[in-house]
Design a binder for this molecule. Structure first.
Ligand code: NAD
Length: 370
């Protein structure tokens, strides 16, 4: 079916293609039964692109990404390419995509399906039903600020320097993403910094409040110091809806939140750029996990992180919330029915392959749509 929604699919290396082929079956289902279709182009990235073209991302593929409404990414990397110099490694393909698409907002949901609540290191009652979203500013802050470097002082001691820098436009745009998203969720944003000890945090807090008051008065806004947020995430994680924070704190807090869910094979993510004036926003969706060379080719990978990345794409790039809900419900039902891939296996459950997990999601979609 013809569609004006352009989707670039980059399965990549290792278990990337294995997981992506289950997603493509789900995409077919949506085209057939829900009239949700895409103009799909599939290309190589990472090690697969190095083998075929000598580079982890060709200029042509980069251009396709820039011209697409969304990019769906699998995973890159593996032992075969580990000897290459850093600039030629598979991971550079992903870094180039993030940089040239100017993806400044990284969305990491921490969603705990009831059936998997026991996989968390926290007690079930603290995590069952958890659904929070961490938005990390991805292109600014201390990882990019100048001056930076290591210098030797006149007395011979050495000094390492990094600089935390944020401008008002950088803060404004990521806060807008947070408020927008909260509007599609429970309507609550918690903005996190260290305004008590950092001027950049003071500015962050001021701008967050300003954007809220001017543009999003109906969303609830609270402010929290990053150290307190780390404690609250493991004390009472269900108090949060959307957390928005800078690059450094986001790096740490999103990994902490991810571990509340206890399973890498279940974690999707999205990275968003700016609106381009036609209402389109550059976006890349990918599972948090890597290419898992230790299980590649055995048909045992958990495809659900990639499946859930696809449902994030439906929700956030195409405003197809009902269709995204359908996928998430199908995942819930399949897990509730006791099917597990090896990574999330529990006693008394049925261990299944990547393909059987895909089959089960399709069967569930059929049942839900009946
Ligand atoms: P990894 O995420 O690939 O694997 C970590 C462990 O989790 C492995 O034991 C793996 O088998 C398991 N695992 C991960 N995803 C799984 C899934 N869907 N189902 C079942 N088990 C799963 O991380 P790693 O081993 O540190 O890295 C392997 C390669 O992936 C490296 O080359 C690394 O650079 C690359 N990597 C790529 C990305 C990316 O493409 N975004 C992210 C992280 C790592």
């Amino acid at each position: 079916m013809a569609s004006n929604r352009k989707l670039l699919v980059l399965p990549g290396d290792g278990i990337g293609p294995e997981c992506m082929s289950e997603v493509m079956r789900i995409a077919d289902w949506f085209a057939n039964y829900r009239a949700v279709s895409f103009d799909i182009t599939e290309e190589l990235v990472g090690g697969a692109a190095i083998d075929a073209h000598g580079t982890p991302l060709t200029d042509e593929t980069m251009q396709l990404a820039l011209d697409s409404d969304a990019v769906l990414f699998g995973a890159v990397g593996g032992p075969k390419w580990e000897g290459l110099e850093f600039a030629a490694r598979p991971e550079r393909g992903l870094l180039r995509l993030r940089k040239e698409m100017d993806l400044f907002a990284n969305l990491r949901p921490a969603l705990v399906f009831d059936a998997l609540a026991d996989a968390s290191t926290l007690k079930r009652e603290f995590v069952a039903g958890l659904d929070l979203m961490i938005i990390r500013e991805l292109t600014g802050g201390i990882y990019f600020g100048e001056p930076r470097g290591i210098e030797t002082l006149p007395d011979g001691t050495r000094r390492g320097v990094n600089t935390q820098v944020y401008t008002t436009p950088e803060i404004e745009r990521v806060l807008r993403v947070a408020f927008d998203l909260a509007g599609k969720r429970q309507g609550r944003v918690c903005s996190v910094e260290k305004a008590n000890v950092m001027e950049s945090g003071e500015l962050w807090r001021e701008i967050a409040q300003e954007i809220h008051d001017k543009e999003f008065p109906n969303i609830e806004l609270t402010h929290m110091y990053a150290d307190n947020c780390a404690m609250q995430l493991v004390r009472q994680p269900k108090q949060f809806d959307v957390i928005v924070t800078d690059n450094l704190f986001g790096d740490i807090l999103s990994d902490c939140a991810a571990m509340l869910t206890g399973s890498l094979g279940m974690l999707p993510s999205a990275s968003l750029g700016a609106h381009d004036g036609t209402g389109r926003r550059r976006a890349l969706y990918e599972p948090v996990h890597g290419s898992a060379p230790d299980i590649t080719g055995r048909g045992v990978a958990n495809p659900l992180a990639t499946v859930l990345s696809y449902s994030m794409m439906l929700r956030y790039s195409f405003d197809l919330g009902e269709d995204a809900d359908l996928i998430e419900q199908a995942v819930k039902n399949v897990l509730g029915g006791g099917l597990r891939t090896g990574d999330i296996m529990q006693p008394g459950k049925a261990k299944v392959s990547t393909r059987v997990m895909g089959d089960a999601i399709l069967q569930e979609l059929n049942a839900l749509a009946a």
